[in-house]
Design a protein around this ligand. Structure first.
Ligand code: SF4
Length: 187
């Protein structure tokens, strides 16, 4: 078989969840039967959806859910940037820090003390966890674009399945994602 007759490799898709709730991943799965078309269009690489832990070379599109609350999030995000030709911030947490960024209203010290020492559910005096295996918390929760270049922003909490599908399909077929107003309007 000549190189010309070889079946063309499918584009590769990777996803990750940083400081988020997995709701954006759930919304991706809400594309329902279109998932069959998605599987025909792409090969899934590193993602919580296939539990693949490492990249298999470069991927074409990476979807990032969640902002950066700790140093592990930053490490994962930088690794994604290094492996993804197109990187998309999906959802409010990735784009602005979202709900986790509500902790930015107080200092990290106050936040930890309220959670582990002074909160109403704390028993026996409490203790702030300091195991060396725990990733260090950042001083505040940051949106993804403050650490790496992001190519596209897909807003929503979460973006609807229709919005994710429209953006993905456009990118996978080599088009600029131009989502209609109805997919970007929130009430
Ligand atoms: Fe969850 Fe909303 Fe954040 Fe997505 S944007 S991870 S749905 S809280």
């Amino acid at each position: 078989m000549s190189a010309k007759d070889q079946p063309r490799a499918k584009p590769k898709l990777a996803t990750c969840s940083l400081a988020g709730c997995f709701g954006c991943h759930m919304s991706l799965l809400d594309i329902d039967e279109r998932i069959v078309e998605l599987v025909e269009l792409v090969d899934l690489d590193k993602s919580p959806l296939d539990d693949k832990k490492a990249f298999d070379g470069m991927v074409d599109i990476g979807l990032v859910e969640g902002g950066c609350a700790n140093e592990h999030n930053v490490h994962v995000l930088r690794d994604f940037r290094a492996h993804c030709r197109i990187l998309v911030s999906v959802g409010a947490c990735a784009i602005t820090g979202g709900i986790p960024a509500m902790r930015n209203l107080v200092s990290l010290r106050e936040c930890l003390e309220e959670a582990y020492l002074n909160g109403p559910t704390v028993e026996d005096g409490g203790m702030i966890p300091n195991d060396e295996d725990l990733p260090l918390l950042l001083d505040r929760v940051y949106p993804s674009h403050e650490f790496v270049k992001i190519d596209y922003l897909l807003p929503g909490c979460p973006p609807s399945a229709d919005a994710i599908w429209a953006a993905l399909k456009a990118l996978l077929t080599g088009h600029e994602p131009k989502l209609p107003y109805g997919l970007l309007k929130y009430e």
